[in-house]
Design a protein around this ligand. Sequence first.
Ligand SMILES: O=P(O)(O)OC[C@H]1O[C@H](O[C@H]2O[C@H](CO)[C@@H](O)[C@H](O)[C@H]2O)[C@H](O)[C@@H](O)[C@@H]1O
Ligand SMILES: O=c1ccn([C@@H]2O[C@H](COP(=O)(O)OP(=O)(O)O)[C@@H](O)[C@H]2O)c(=O)[nH]1
Length: 890
Amino acid sequence: MQAELQTRLERLLEEKELKKSNGSLNANEEGKDFKGDNGTGSDGQNLVGGERLADEQLSDGIIQERLLNAYGQNTQKGSLPKQRLLVVANRLPVRAKRMGEDSWSLEVSVGGLVSALLGIDKIEARWIGWAGVDVPDETGKRSLTNALAEKRCIPVFLDEETVHQYYNGYCNNILWPLFHYLGLPQENHLATTHSFQSQFDAYKRVNQMFADVVNEHYEDGDVVWCHDYHLMFLPQCLKEHNSEMKVGWFLHTPFPSSEIHRILPSRSELLKSVLAADIVGFHTYDYARHFVSACSRILGLEGTPHGVEDQGRITRVAAFPIGIDSNRFIKALELEKVRNKIKELQERFSDRKIILGVDRLDTIKGIPQKILAFEKFLEENPSWHNKVVLIQIAVPTRTDVHEYRKLTSQVHEIVGRINGKFGTLTEVPIHHLDTQLDFHTLCALYAVTDVALVASLRDGMNLVSYEYVACQASKKGVLILSEFAGAAQSLGSGAILVNPWNINEVSTSIYYALNMPDDEREKRHHHNFKHVITHTSQEWAENFLSEFNVTVNQAQMRTKQIPPSLPSSDACERFAQSNNRLLILGFYATLTEPLDAHGRRIDQFAEMQHQLHPDIKDPLKKLCNDPRTTVVVLSGSDRSVLDKNFGEYNMWLAAEHGVFLRSTQGEWMTTMPENLHMDWVNSVKHVFEYFTERTPRSYVELRETSLLWNYKYADVEFGRLQSKDILQHLWTGPISNASVDIVQGGRSVEARAFGVTKGAAIDRILGEIVRHSDVKSPIDCVLCIGHFLSKDEDIYTFFEPHRPESTARMSTASPVNGLACSSGNGSGSDGCCPMRKKQVVRKSSNVLDLKNENYFSCTVGQRKPSSARYLLGSSADVVSLLQELAQSLH
Ligand SMILES: O=P(O)(O)OC[C@H]1O[C@H](O[C@H]2O[C@H](CO)[C@@H](O)[C@H](O)[C@H]2O)[C@H](O)[C@@H](O)[C@@H]1O
Ligand SMILES: O=c1ccn([C@@H]2O[C@H](COP(=O)(O)OP(=O)(O)O)[C@@H](O)[C@H]2O)c(=O)[nH]1
């Protein structure tokens, strides 16, 4: 882990150096082209990526080559690896308006996501999304597709009803308010609950439609970057179609606490689907932390400092704070038409200070709260009447959603009341505009403003605050910023942070901002400005994509260490051909029923009954009754558990990791080594019980030679903390000098007598089995299958001690390469495994005649590096295998 962190850090520093030396991200760099009024670039050509001047292309090439080298990709001199980016977002950067049967006008869409992605001009990208318009006819679809192609945009066509259910319904009436901590729509809770399923179905359908378009345009090697809450199903849809596709997902809104997310009926499906991506990004560390925590608490998955682990597959989760194309704003202020607008505004408001709000008219933006705070300021500061104006730009948005329409009339009502109260014949204190401004007017307004007021109740980032800072190089105005906007984490040192719900606080902050001494204003602005010009949208995208490539490479390396699936027909064939075969099976999670398999939640009561998988009984009975097959269940459980579950079969039971052994025809015997010290038991029990009392739903399993503290059903994070604490208590207390091993499981801590492992026991078990066996020929086929802790994986290596890890993984298909068997390495001319030779001194001497290809070790369920040769996905797969083996007996 430490090593991984170091390389990550080293890589980031290296990239930073590269960028510095190239100067490509320097905000003061000269000679770049900037996007025009409509955001289509100064030449009006491409919205995303695009053709630029030759010298720029050259420098882009160098950057890309260096970055890709830094990512560890293969680059051949002279031939740059091509990595196209497919940006997939609900909204295209342009909104289409139909002008005629086959003619369209394209306007730039408003919103932070579009603004940020338009700021990336150094990566070749295509954009896939909805053009914001219903196009029912084929002519329209064709002509719009062509018009958009010129902007490197690819449309996904959605009809009106689908947009209603998916966009207005599930996205903006359910996910949006919930992710912003506003709960589900207040007025019609029941209606929402009722329509939930149909909206969710539409949401899934639309995500599949997006996936279909991506699949159609995808070329090998492309990177697919999915955006936002509209497309949480997309990563799964894409990976199901092509598991090799590189898929990233970025959320532009907050990700709420798991306590909020768990309200969603579709909470698990959404999380699982997002986790199908290789990398998942958020604006802030808090959102990333909430996501990991939701995956732990809701899906029961392991959260690591790097991401979320599911069955050995890690989805990287990290914070990538977005930025703006600051140069675009800084340069715009030099344009003549912007300078003219600035002059106009200065003249118009020459006798007043300007407070500015720029927001989509959205429930999350806290517009009513902002206006009420301004009212309070006017009430408390009569000397400021007629000397200050609040200009509120409220861009109409999502107007088909009830809550948004309600907000519009609410805001109008408050503004009207306040203007009525404080206005004069010629002036009003609030200029409220339900409109969208063009880029140049917006820049001019930012530049003349004295105080920008952002009062979001929650906001993923809030780019308006960045844009304001970028335009304030000369005026150095004050930014009042809600602590609930993601931007508060990056601009917090220069801004005045406020709680928008606290009207008094916002009102006094307005007063403070208007009266702030010049030097303080300058210092605060300097902090913010430095951040805004160095943390650009270009850098944001590069960081994300760099991390993306590293993540994919690391995942590929990890996959190579995971055992391949068991070739079951080969195993069955070898098994059937053998004269004396041994089947060693684990119990828990190997032969038990997976309780959460059919959408049922994990149920502690049911699961603790340790129920055998219902389909296992027949094949197991058949195998146990076969005279040439010996079946052993080898478990950590105590004798009573094995008696209860397997008493009726003709087999061997090895309880407590093999310390106790019996044939079901006979009595329990102990294989316990004589020097097994158990003097630690009472004090460890005391510690475990202490923690059980303090950790709800944890429990202790008391066995004779081991004690297990299990927190599988407890709160994951609390359980993990408690387990760390337990270890500390044990090491510093009862076991400091005792002869005991502490074994950490996924959700358990086990104390066992020193040296007790399944691998250590198997030799003694084999000796006993052979002593009692009627079959006189040696065992010539072994299947050893279990969901074992890594400590117990020595059972696999008992049969195969010299297995070269890496080569074994490479040669996934053929078991022949698995065992290190050659006549030159002491294995004997019969081609038997070397272990057998080593074992001749043990009790199991001469009982094994195991050829390389007749040995099948198999880990169950855990897609993790393992000493086993093969993998079976779950106990259901074990059942299928046993059924096949039983059939092969004929
Ligand atoms: O597409 P709309 O439904 O009209 O909404 C506009 C966008 O609103 C949201 O923007 C967010 O992204 C910004 C950039 O990361 C961030 O600064 C802001 O805090 C977010 O609210 C939404 O997430 C986008 O998908 C919409 O396009
Ligand atoms: O009249 C307007 C008002 C806003 N914006 C843009 O809309 C974006 C709003 O992004 P923000 O992150 O602040 O919030 P969002 O609307 O995405 O939630 C910013 O880039 C603004 O420049 C605009 O182009 N015209």
